[in-house]
Design a protein. Sequence first.
Length: 135
Amino acid sequence: MVQIAGKYQLVENKNFYEFILKAGVPKDVAKERNEERPILKISVDGNKINLETSGKMKNLLNLVLNEETEETLGPQSLFTYKNFAKLEGNVLIVESKKPDGSRGRKRIYTFSDNGLEMEWVSERFGTAKHIYKRI
């Protein structure tokens, strides 16, 4: 099985700028986020997985496999999602529900020996990818 825990450097985005523009992010902020190359640190402790992103996109996501957890997004904690995470081999799937209970986005992390691809999937905004190399 592929090692999930580790540090990853974002090296490429695919359709991310367009994706976050559709989500309502202002053009100047979307451009900055699309150009940033943060480090993603992933730690695993049993069924708990923590994903911590550095830089201006700084974020901490605490997941418990096969259980619902909360995630707060936005500069002033504007959005709270309910996440459900499952691990299928080398693929971590995180499905989110909006505060009203409707389906939000899905994030699919596919790990390899060299890095990971993280795909964003949204019915409203389409898809985007972050491509990371293991460091």
